[in-house]
Design a protein around this ligand. Structure first.
Ligand code: SAM
Length: 662
């Protein structure tokens, strides 16, 4: 289980910000920026490397105030050609509080153009990976909040240059441990460079032992010397111990050659994937069999944007939380002025029973989640927040809210690299050499280097995906259409419990939803409306009664959609496995579930799935596009490898084999 991180404690009484925990300074106020330039930027020859049109991945130990990141971004901005991208990865166990970040970065006015953007996106202190994107995706920051060894052992990336920062080895030996050097080596390739301000023997020896060539060179200012060098080869005889399970799921190699993609299905998953690829320069054709995009599961007028959390975080909830934080940051950065698309109005998760109330109190008191994310409210405070009387106490998520998924999909696909073809149904997929063909029902062929199937349960019609265990779950939402004098009643936040209702958008409410298993019918039923009205009344009697009156007088409208779900309720994101080969190669698992199998490529090259987002597409969809695009581009993955593995399309095959072994 991941425990929350504590914040750093800074002492500002001397000239430079000092960490009271480590009794060491973050930087010198006099010449900290010069030192960063000398030690890290020049120590890794970044001016030349940025000039040479490279996209670079730089990783750092110890994010601190972000000064190194900002200086790197500035240099990248000055030196790199337009097509280059910068991926900066850093780790921080004791994040500084936002006020200290603002105070520290104010010392470097020359960086203000960059630091303001970092401050605007600085994440809440939730353990795990935070993926931030700047300058339309040209610069990404993967900020891992947690212990350096733990976080780096969960990272999947190929690093070009290392900034080994962290406080001095004498004051913080954890940052210079053999385990950390093993991770540094695992993530390096021949030619990967490093630099560090220290020349301590433990660092020199540690890096040599894992395969770096290490050179002592002049230090900055009064410091005698420092270390620079490059990775020669992995001196470790075996893969270092990692905290993730045996590599069942090796990921695809970087895609080379033609960068064209055919994406099937224009819901939130398909549209997010299209956007993530288009931003990286891919030419995307996005097809949907319906006359317009977002016509199925992503078609509701409003959906709630929030992550339901357990008291003790588990991998699934960590994924949902990362997805929520990614989506809400994405919306904040890109759609701040689009109140028609989303509203961060806050969300109350009201306790439906005494048991749920106790669980919510536990959650709020567990210390597992930062208060900036979620806090407990009694029914009086909840009513004040909601602007209407609510019947229960509950959890309040201040940054949650609602989204209009079809408008978000519209915005995501509005990109010069994306061509949308509606009324286009693909019925068969075929791989020919390094290309994929998608055949339409009217005998057209669409060809692309890769295909991403994002067409929910419909995907099972493709031979390559028919083994995936997908289930449709019917949901009917209720909608009010018109306003009258005493209507709409005020509602300021989203309410959810066993049902949900968002604040009225343009005077109209959207609430729901039914949960109908094994029901494929699309008719709107009065029983569905009654169910939805009861759920609202359970949460807020007055609001529910007004809506019932509205229904009696004018009649609610409705909409039916289908949530596509997998057996473990997590989405399916990643390369599509070749079913027969998997069964054959993993056969030993039938007898011994612990067998470690060395696999290479067991998936179709260039065929990806992005499915089964259930009712959580608003939090799992946007990050899913980044996952697939990062795999194709061999970029650092935006999430822990452990979580990426949980989404792998092959997991059900493996689970079935293991079940037989037990
Ligand atoms: N690079 C930073 C900058 O540009 O401001 C300065 C880094 S400061 C010298 C070292 C940082 O490492 C501190 O923020 C500290 O909290 C962090 N740190 C120390 N031990 C750590 C650990 N075991 N895992 C992750 N971060 C750690």
């Amino acid at each position: 289980m991941k425990k929350p991180n504590t914040f750093a404690n800074l002492d500002w009484s001397s000239e430079a910000p000092l960490s009271t925990r480590f009794d060491d300074i973050y930087f010198s106020t006099e010449n900290g920026l010069d030192e960063t330039t000398y030690v890290f930027l020049d120590g890794n020859q970044l001016t030349d490397r940025f000039n040479a049109a490279e996209s670079l991945t730089i990783a750092e130990t110890g994010f601190g105030t972000g000064l190194n990141f900002l200086a790197t971004w500035q240099l990248f901005n000055d030196q790199s050609p337009a097509a280059a991208r910068l991926h900066f990865i850093s780790v921080e166990k004791y994040p500084i509080i936002p006020d200290d970040l603002i105070k520290a970065l104010a010392l470097w006015p020359e960086l203000s153009m960059f630091s303001e953007q970092l401050i605007a996106q600085y994440p809440i202190n939730a353990p795990g990976f935070h993926r931030l994107s700047f300058d339309n995706g040209r610069v990404t920051l993967t900020l891992m909040l947690g212990d350096a060894v733990e976080c780096y052992s969960q990272l999947d990336a190929e690093v070009d240059a290392w900034f080994l920062d962290g406080f001095s080895p004498a004051k913080n030996p954890d940052m210079w441990s053999p385990e950390l050097f093993q991770q540094v080596a695992r993530l390096s390739k021949p030619g990967t460079t490093f630099s560090t301000f220290t020349s301590a023997g433990i660092v020199k020896r540690g890096l040599r032992e894992v395969g770096f060539q290490v050179k002592r060179t002049d230090g900055f200012g009064p410091k005698w010397d420092m270390l620079v060098g490059s990775f020669a080869n992995n001196a470790l005889s075996e893969e270092p111990e990692t905290t993730w399970s045996p590599s069942w799921f090796k990921l695809p190699q970087k895609h080379t050659g033609d960068r064209s993609a055919l994406i099937i299905g224009a819901g939130i998953a398909g549209c997010s994937t299209a956007r993530s690829l288009a931003q990286r320069g891919w030419k995307v054709t996005l097809v949907d069999k319906n006359p317009q995009i977002a016509a199925e599961g992503s078609g509701n007028r409003q959906g709630a944007l929030y992550a339901k959390l357990p008291v003790e975080p588990i991998p699934a909830s960590r994924f949902h939380l990362s997805g929520f934080l990614y989506s809400s940051n994405f919306l904040k950065q890109n759609l701040a002025d689009r109140s028609d698309i989303w509203s961060p109005c806050g969300l109350l998760q009201l306790a439906a029973s005494e048991k749920e109330l106790a669980r919510q109190r536990n959650l709020a008191e567990s210390g597992n989640y930062p208060e900036a994310l979620v806090r407990f409210t009694d029914s009086t405070e909840a009513s004040a927040l909601a602007g209407t009387t609510v019947n229960k106490s509950g959890l309040f998520f201040p940054d949650a809210g609602w989204v209009t998924p079809p408008l978000l999909c519209q915005w995501l696909t509005d990109h010069p690299n994306i061509t949308v073809l509606t009324n286009t149904e693909i019925t068969r997929l075929e791989q020919v050499d390094s290309y994929w063909n998608g055949f339409t029902c009217d005998n057209q062929t669409l060809t692309a280097a890769i295909i991403v199937v994002a067409s929910a349960a419909d995907s099972r019609k493709f031979e390559q995906l028919k083994h995936l265990p997908l289930q449709n779950i019917r949901g009917q939402v209720s909608l009010t259409e018109s306003t009258s004098d005493d209507y709409p009643p005020a509602l300021n936040t989203v309410l959810c419990s066993e049902g949900y209702i968002s604040p009225a958008k343009e005077g109209r409410f959207c609430f729901g939803a039914t949960f109908d298993l094994k029901d494929e019918a699309t008719d709107i039923r009065d029983s569905g409306h009654q169910h939805n009205l009861e759920k609202v009344t359970d949460m807020a009697t007055e609001l529910g009664t007004q809506l019932k009156q509205y229904h009696n007088n004018k009649g609610l409208k409705g909409r039916v959609g289908f949530r596509c779900a997998s057996p473990d309720k997590l989405p399916i994101i990643g390369p599509v496995p070749v079913y027969d080969t998997f069964i054959e190669d993993y056969a030993p698992l039938r007898h011994d579930a612990k067998t470690v199998i060395d696999i290479s490529a067991k998936h179709y090259s260039g065929l990806f799935a992005n499915l089964a987002h259930g009712s959580k597409g608003l939090i799992t969809g946007p990050i899913s596009g980044e996952i697939i695009a990062s795999m194709l581009e061999n970029e650092p993955l935006p999430l822990e490898k452990e979580l990426i593995d949980k989404l792998n399309p092959a997991r059900f095959i493996i689970k079935n084999l293991i079940r037989r072994a037990i």
